[in-house]
Design a protein around this ligand. Structure first.
Ligand SMILES: N[C@@H](CCC(=O)N[C@@H](CS)C(=O)NCC(=O)O)C(=O)O
Length: 216
C-alpha cells in the first residue's frame, strides 16, 4: 500500500515531505486537511487522533502514523536510501541537519499559522505588525543561511554538494513562503540560485503548492 500524506497545499512543512517522497520516487496518496476550512480541519477531533499536535504533515505508512517533517524525511531516508537526503559522513550529516533545523526549528515555528493567529487574536497585533514579525524572522534566518552557504566550499549546485538533500527540502518551501508574504530576496542571491536549480527538477516542481489537488 502506498503511504498516505495528510497534507495541505500551502503547508510548507508538508511541502518538505512531498519533495522528499518525490525525490525518492515513492508513490503516495494525498489526504487533504484544510488549515482554513471550518476553523481548520487540523483542529477537528478526527485529525487530532491522527496527530495530537494538530499540525500537518503526518504520514501513514502501513498503519503507522509518523509526524514531524524532519523525522519523516529521516525515516524515508533510512527505508529508501536512494537517492540519499543525508550524506554518509558524520560531518556532512551534521551540516545538512543544521541547515535543515535553521529553517524548520528556528524560522518556520515563529511564523506558523497558530502563532500568527495568537498574535492577532490574543495579543491584538495590528496586521502590519504581524507582517513585520513574519518578515523579521525570515530575513534574520535567511541572512544566516545565506552566509552559511557562501562561506562553505560544499555548497553548489545544491545546499550541500551535487544532489538535493534534506536542507533543500526545507529551503525551497521556506522560499515559497517568503515570496508569498512579499519578502525581497535580492539580498540572498545564493538562496535564489539554489531555488532556481531545484525548480528545474520534477520532484520539486510537482511538490509545488499550486500543483496539489487541494490547491485553490
Ligand atoms: N515541526 C512541525 C511543524 C508542522 C506545522 O507547523 N505545520 C503547520 C503547517 S506548515 C500547521 O499544521 N499549522 C496549523 C496551525 O498552525 O494551526 C513539522 O516540521 O512537521
Amino acid at each position: 500500500v502506498n503511504p498516505t500524506l495528510y497534507d495541505y497545499w500551502r503547508s510548507s512543512a508538508a511541502y518538505r515531505v512531498r519533495i522528499g517522497l518525490n525525490l525518492k520516487g515513492i508513490n503516495w496518496e494525498h489526504s487533504g486537511v484544510s488549515l482554513i476550512k471550518d476553523g481548520g480541519e487540523q483542529n477537528h477531533p478526527q485529525y487530532a487522533r491522527v496527530n495530537p499536535q494538530k499540525l500537518v504533515p503526518a504520514l501513514e505508512v502501513n498503519g503507522n502514523v509518523l509526524t514531524q517533517s524532519l523525522a519523516i524525511l529521516e525515516y524515508l531516508d533510512e527505508h529508501h536510501p536512494e537517492p540519499c537526503l543525508l550524506p554518509t559522513d558524520g560531518l556532512g550529516r551534521a551540516r545538512v541537519r543544521a541547515l535543515s533545523q535553521l529553517i524548520a526549528s528556528d524560522i518556520h515555528p515563529l511564523n506558523n499559522l497558530r502563532v500568527l493567529n495568537y498574535l492577532e487574536d490574543e495579543l491584538n497585533c495590528a496586521p502590519d505588525a504581524k507582517l513585520n514579525w513574519y518578515h523579521h524572522w525570515i530575513t534574520e534566518g535567511f541572512s544566516a543561511f545565506e552566509t552559511m552557504l557562501t562561506t562553505s566550499d560544499q555548497t553548489a549546485p545544491f545546499c550541500y554538494g551535487d544532489q538535493p538533500s534534506m536542507a533543500d527540502c526545507c529551503l525551497i518551501p521556506q522560499v515559497y513562503n517568503a515570496r508569498r508574504f512579499g519578502i525581497d530576496l535580492n539580498s540572498f542571491p545564493e538562496i535564489c540560485r539554489i531555488d532556481k536549480t531545484c525548480a528545474g527538477l520534477d520532484a520539486f516542481a510537482s511538490a509545488r503548492p499550486e500543483n496539489q489537488p487541494d490547491a485553490t
